[in-house]
Ligand binder design. Structure first.
Ligand SMILES: [Zn+2]
Length: 183
């Protein structure tokens, strides 16, 4: 089922998300709905708070980047109760967008490599090292479960320039090609 995407201004995006109960019988359906919602909106990642569930859960599929970064692995991964244990390397800028911030694309500084522990959709616990586009997408989604969005990481000048666009999103004036919820 395609779910509405909660956009900038909705308080759920500002909440520190809670752990997922691994015995929750609705978990499988929730994950399926999140993939369906993400693909429908042409996203490469979607976190549970973005569909109104304040849970430590996100899904990613880096396949659309394969065309531009042929040396990178295309991966579809479900992250349940993840913890980023290390972030390494020098921060660098990369242009990011977000389904909760339609029509905003900005360069965001992040480190290039991470180690993360998580449960996958079969509830196997894993620890993996990620670099490149995958490390970028994962850190972006991880911010969502910590109550952050990428514009938080921009300079105050950049934030000032984006003020109008952000308020248009928060007031429901910005209409992307998918269903949104702003309050
Ligand atoms: Zn996002």
């Amino acid at each position: 089922m395609i779910l509405p995407i909660y956009v900038y201004g909705h308080p759920i995006l500002r909440r520190q998300a809670a752990d997922v109960s691994l015995t929750d019988e609705n978990l499988k359906t929730l994950i399926e709905d999140m993939y369906e919602t993400m693909y429908h909106a042409n996203g490469v990642g979607l976190a549970a708070p973005q569909i109104g569930k304040s849970l430590r859960l996100f899904v990613i599929d880096s396949a659309p980047y394969k065309e531009f970064y042929p040396n990178e692995d295309a991966r579809k991964i479900t992250f349940i109760n993840p913890t980023i244990t290390t972030r390494t390397g020098e921060e660098f800028p990369f242009n990011e967008g977000c389904l909760s911030l339609p029509e905003i694309h900005e360069d965001v500084m992040r480190q290039p490599a991470i180690d993360i522990t998580y449960f996958d959709e079969t509830l196997n616990q894993k620890t993996e090292h990620f670099e490149g586009v995958l490390a970028r997408i994962i850190q972006h989604e991880y911010d969502h479960i910590e109550g952050m969005v990428f514009t938080d990481k921009l300079s105050s000048l950049k934030k000032m320039i984006l003020k109008r666009k952000l308020s248009d999103i928060a007031t429901g004036k910005t209409k992307p090609g998918y269903k949104i919820k702003n309050q």
